[in-house]
Design a binder for this molecule. Sequence first.
Ligand code: NAD
Length: 249
Amino acid sequence: MGRLDGKVAIISGGARGFGATESRLFAREGAKVVIADILDGLGKQVEAEIAEMGGEATFVHLDVTSEAQWDNAVQTAVNAYGKLNILVNNAGIALQGRVEDTTEEEWDRVLDVNAKGVFLGTKAVIPGMKEVGGGSIVNISSIAGLVGSQLTAYSASKGAVRLLTKSTAIQYAEEKIRCNSVHPGIMITDMTTFMREDPEVNSRSLARIPMGHYGTVEDVANGVLFLASDESAYMTGSELVIDGGITAQ
Ligand code: NAD
């Protein structure tokens, strides 16, 4: 028995990093997965890996800032698998920079992908989830959505995701659509390479983590799986922090 048997999931940003690991894990747990990303080559690779291990997955090109492309992704899920139960709003981009160093264009780009992208995804899946009597939306925020950081636009976007999650949760609780946010700390993916490869930034970053090491993609994917599955049936509007203790200090 898989923990997601019979479920259909869309994972935005599913071509690499957390999203690719979640796609493979969800498929192993019995879900049919729509991998949605702007990286077509990598996305199709994840699709093929899942097929090789006997799972079911379909790649669809999706730029999360486009409402039309979100509608297409939802339609792809319904055409391929008949319904939709789970959305993981995982796609995101990071940008360093204090307030004075952040341009208007950079602010707009980060807010577009990280905040508007989550809003559009949520809006696109709600009608289909209502039709099947409920669903689970998991929004990937960050510890930068809980406390301030040097990443001005990124923190603002992830803070927006945190509260959009709670608004979605209370607005659709009666329809049995749950919505929770996940707040990873510093995890080993392409997004944090620049940080881990700079010896000075690396030692400063490690010193902030009570557990003394970075987290893995699996650490995040396991939390996302729990929130996506019926095991978290009574959870909505909540924040799952996966950060080795950084924000406990
Ligand atoms: P990543 O860069 O490896 O993966 C991000 C994925 O999102 C990529 O596949 C990318 O192509 C996709 N993407 C970017 N813009 C997109 C767009 N406009 N439309 C569709 N897809 C798009 O990064 P990751 O570390 O796996 O990050 C995944 C999520 O987790 C992001 O939202 C990120 O902000 C968040 N996060 C990461 C960390 C970390 O330490 N790595 C910590 C906290 C939160």
